[in-house]
Design a protein around this ligand. Structure first.
Ligand code: OGA
Ligand code: MN
Length: 299
């Protein structure tokens, strides 16, 4: 049976049918997925039976790995391979970490709407998150379609956002929760980067709102005015009609395109195991996107 895609939402997200991720794929199949990702933004691969090595091998079909915050923040995460990001509340021995522990508090940053690695250049292209163990209640992941949201922007907001750039910084999202990076973390931080608020997705040609929790200001606007603009855009983009919520079952792998969608984790009982493992690929093409330059800053 050829691979097929079943839409899950009126705007985006599809479930992949008749595909077993244990099999290696060739360039033609990778291309089938890329075309589907350009259209749907999110692909759900239900109940796959893959281990870390197979997830890494599948990921490698789509580009070089992105390790995100690990670029900036030293961590003792040795539970998973170097190229995997641990979204779990588990220590290296597989025990639930105390909910007040720094690592679990840091994880709360993923509860804010964001696009992975928007604080670096290149940013992330695709993220692939796999559920190994899920809590009995909650712990879903929500996604917002930033293309459909752009299309539905009220004129006033569309005009305000046009041609503007936001600055994204690796420690910003957590600091809005009251989290204070250590001196060492600030010294080790990547310099902030700037992205247009509205980008064009290369695969679909659609305009996309590129915002989220890492964006800390709008270039050329007073700080409060820029932050309110970012909030208004975020509130618009995350209205229920643009959101798909994925309720995880063990073995599910969800792939999303960070250039098209934002995401956030949902509340769960932190005393229960939630073992989630992410692989990510870099968006190398984003390196050559125009930066806004210092002269706009002065304007
Ligand atoms: C991520 C992320 C949210 C979640 O994997 O990048 O933000 O539901 N995850 O764990
Ligand atoms: Mn994320």
């Amino acid at each position: 049976m050829p691979i097929s895609f079943k839409p899950l939402h009126q705007h985006f997200a599809a479930e992949v049918r008749d595909f077993d991720m244990r099999q290696p794929i060739d360039a033609a199949v990778a291309c089938v997925f890329e075309t589907a990702i350009d259209r749907y933004g999110i692909l759900v691969f239900p109940a796959q039976q893959v281990d870390d090595a197979r997830q890494l091998a599948f990921t490698a079909n789509f580009g070089p790995p992105d390790i995100g915050r690990k670029n900036a923040v030293k961590s003792a995460e040795i539970r998973l391979p170097e190229e995997m990001i641990d979204l779990s509340n588990l220590d290296e021995n597989g025990y639930v970490i105390d909910p007040d522990h720094r690592r679990v508090l840091s994880l709360l940053g993923t509860r804010l709407w964001h696009s992975d690695s928007s604080y670096q250049r290149p940013a992330a292209k695709y993220s692939m998150l796999r559920a190994v163990t899920v809590p009995r209640w909650g712990g879903e992941t929500e996604f917002a379609d930033c293309r459909a949201a752009y299309d539905a922007l009220p004129d006033m907001l569309r005009v305000e956002a046009a041609e503007r750039f936001a600055e994204h910084w690796v420690h910003h999202s957590r600091s809005t929760l009251g989290w204070e990076p250590t001196e060492e973390e600030i010294r080790g931080a990547m310099p902030p980067v700037r992205w247009p608020l509205v980008r064009v997705h290369p695969g679909s040609g659609r305009k996309v709102l590129y915002i989220g929790a890492h964006a800390r200001r709008v270039i050329g606007m007073a700080l409060p005015a820029g932050r309110i603009l970012l909030r208004d855009l975020l509130e618009h983009a995350t209205q229920p009609e643009f959101v798909y919520r994925h309720a995880w079952r063990p073995g599910d792998l969800v792939l999303w395109d960070n250039r098209s969608v934002m995401h956030r984790g949902c509340r769960y009982d932190l005393r229960q195991i939630r073992d989630m493992r992410r692989t990510t690929v870099l968006d190398l093409a984003s390196i050559s996107e125009p930066d806004c330059g210092e002269e706009r800053e002065a304007a």
